[in-house]
Design a binder for this molecule. Structure first.
Ligand code: UDX
Ligand code: UDX
Ligand code: ADP
Length: 486
């Protein structure tokens, strides 16, 4: 029986390994993590991440051929194939701060593998890493190998949160990068055998290590670029009276462009896009490719501009001040069908509104109050390095009487509010009784839709003043300043 061990039981490692175990009953899969609460949650009825369909997959193979454990070293020692899926946040200190990937967790995992291995191992890079990380990892492994043979492969993960199970079950492609030596190719074949249990052969693409590593960064950069492109268009639509949905539809009909990933929004979030682009920028700069670096930087800058522009719309529409006004925030996750808040645009929007002394009441169907409070007070470094996070007693996370309230109900959030900001495209926000919401709000009542969830005309009929990203402006907003000054 082939034995697989995955280091890191996060958003990538957990679902990916569950799918491998589900599709490969002849393979034993153990997911290990240094975080005991995380492993306990994976072994419980309440998994640590919300992902549609994941519960069923986990339940059907847990304790048969899928195991979750904190006993990292013994399972690593025992495995034939080791996936490394630890966090690789952006460095916040020292050389490359703000751009380069922080490989601390990766390096310590590699050193641990070298230390405990007693037989040959295939080590698979699963978390997104800078190009040539494999080379660095290879050096750590071989310099500490004591005669053991390590083969390193790059097998980047393309699952998107919220659709992870479907993405894993029916991937567009699986990439496997390896060394072009006979041993390297043997390792590539071994990993290919795992995926061939359910992925058609023509979707399993093998290539060299560096191409596989760069393909992941390139795919995420180009996806994010599409969103920044349509978001840039959304600003122009608002200025001209065009409708961004109509423009996106027309553009997407060109088969060379395609219709996916052209939804204008308050900005992209998630753990990957910004981090991977900044990482790409850093690699370009290190290689003296300044023009290329500046090109990609612009994708992140437009994203920041889009979030700032949204806050500006809210404040300028509400008589240039939100001080002391209750504003309902509907949705906090970075997209629907996930409870993940990493890099969510809701954080920037909330912080922008709090900066203008707004009173926020936040509702998200999947994000806990504790998480929201932590996100709104945590510095970027602590947020990227949760292992370091110690929230001091009496900090705002535990203060219930501050300017942030979190509620379990959208109607409650909107009651008595001057405005509503829709930050996540949860289906339930389309189905709310806006008539009822309007009755309970201060007047004039505003809706600022950052996800184009509501139908502006219907809401205007009720009496709302409505802003929807990239849509023809409400007459109320026509002469107000549109963009934040830089
Ligand atoms: C373009 C648009 O495709 C067409 O829809 C519009 O109506 C007019 O402008 P055209 O300029 O005739 O058409 O040719 P196109 O095939 O788009 O190529 C434009 C340039 O891009 C060429 O120099 C081509 O060599 C280059 N190109 C195209 C690339 O360098 N790489 C590609 O992958 C595609
Ligand atoms: C992304 C990639 O899609 C995935 O392949 C990679 O492995 C990890 O990063 P993820 O971040 O989970 O996945 O979600 P994704 O669906 O890509 O959305 C990212 C952000 O872009 C979200 O905030 C989403 O709301 C936003 N988005 C997406 C838009 O604003 N408009 C769109 O058209 C699509
Ligand atoms: P991703 O979205 O890439 O899956 P996460 O932050 O969700 O990232 O998950 C990464 C996981 O890796 C965390 O649960 C963390 O505790 C774990 N981890 C980090 N370093 C190690 C290590 N050396 N050994 C085991 N687990 C680790």
């Amino acid at each position: 029986m082939v034995k697989i061990c995955c280091i890191g039981a996060g958003y990538v490692g957990g679902p990916t390994m569950a799918m491998i175990a589900f599709k490969c009953p002849d393979i034993q899969v153990v997911v290990v993590d240094i975080s005991a609460p995380r492993i306990n949650a994976w072994n419980s009825d309440r998994l640590p991440i919300f992902e549609p369909g994941l519960d069923d997959v986990v339940r059907s193979c847990r304790n048969n051929n899928l195991f979750f454990s904190t006993d990292v070293e013994s399972h690593v020692a025992d495995a034939d194939i080791i996936f490394v899926s630890v966090n690789t946040p952006t460095k916040t200190r020292g050389l490359g701060a703000g751009k380069a990937a922080d490989l601390t967790y990766w390096e310590s995992a590699a050193r641990m593998i070298a230390e405990v291995a007693k037989s040959d191992k295939i080590v698979v890079e699963k978390s997104t890493v800078p190009v040539k990380t494999a080379e660095a990892i290879e050096k750590i492994l071989t310099h500490n190998s004591r005669g053991i043979n390590f083969q390193i492969l790059s097998n980047p993960e393309f699952l998107a949160e919220g659709t992870a199970i479907d993405d894993l079950a029916n991937p567009d492609r699986v990439l496997i990068g390896g060394r072009e030596t006979p041993e390297g190719q043997k390792a590539v074949a071994a990993l290919k055998d795992v995926y061939a249990h359910w992925v058609p052969e023509d979707r399993i693409i093998t290539m060299n290590l560096w191409s596989a590593e760069l393909s992941k960064l390139a795919a995420n950069a180009i996806l994010a670029q599409r969103i920044s492109s349509i978001n840039a268009m959304s600003a122009l639509c608002e200025a001209t009276g065009a409708d961004v949905s109509e423009v996106a539809y027309a553009v997407g009909k060109d088969s060379r462009i395609g219709h996916k990933f052209l939804n204008a929004s308050v900005g992209f979030g998630g753990s990957c896009f910004q981090k991977d682009i900044l990482n790409l920028v850093y690699i370009c700069e290190c290689n003296g490719l300044i023009e290329v670096a500046n090109y990609w930087k612009q994708v992140v800058q437009i994203n920041d501009y889009q979030k700032a522009r949204f806050v500006n719309r809210v404040v300028s529409s509400m008589f240039n001040t939100v001080s002391g006004k209750k504003i309902a925030i509907l949705g906090f996750a970075f997209k629907k069908d996930t409870g993940d808040t990493r890099e969510t645009p809701a954080i920037d929007v909330c912080q922008g509104l709090l900066g203008d002394k707004a009173q926020l009441c936040i509702y998200d169907p999947q994000v806990t109050e504790e998480q929201i409070r932590r996100d709104l007070v945590t510095s970027k470094f602590d947020w990227d390095h949760p292992q370091h996070l110690v929230v001091p007693p009496g900090s705002p996370t535990s203060n219930k009487n501050d300017t942030v309230r979190v509620t379990g109900d959208a109607y409650e959030a909107a009651k008595g509010a001057h405005g509503i900001c829709i930050m996540t495209e949860w289906e339930e926000f389309k189905l709310l009784d806006y008539e009822r919401i309007y009755q309970g709000m201060e007047k004039p009542a505003f809706v600022f839709d950052g996800r184009n969830v509501v139908k502006p005309e219907e809401l205007r009929k009720i009496g709302f003043i409505v802003y929807s990203v990239g849509k023809p402006l409400d007459p109320w907003m026509k002469d107000l300043p549109a963009a934040p000054s830089t």
